[in-house]
Design a protein around this ligand. Sequence first.
Ligand code: ZN
Length: 103
Amino acid sequence: MTRESAETKGRRYLIEGRLVVEFIDAERIVASCRGSGAIYQCGYARGGWYCDCPVKGRCSHLHALQSVTVSPPQRRMGLGPAWAGQHWRPLPVSASAPEAVSK
Ligand SMILES: [Zn+2]
């Protein structure tokens, strides 16, 4: 029996809908992930990733979470208003608000 790597397992958790992102803002991510037999709380807070499962280091739950989120310093660049001058400009269409311009 081959052992599934944390990365493969994390991807499977995403496919199976086991990861739930419960809260997210510029500084914090709160999520839960249903692993083998238990639901683990994982996320990002105070500058670091965490997970309450017994695995040390980057576990499958964090692999899953990090596939759909990035840590705030990178994420903030895409947020718009606060960074508008540096990274982001609204399209020069006077009639539409930036929120109306969807990708
Ligand atoms: Zn974990």
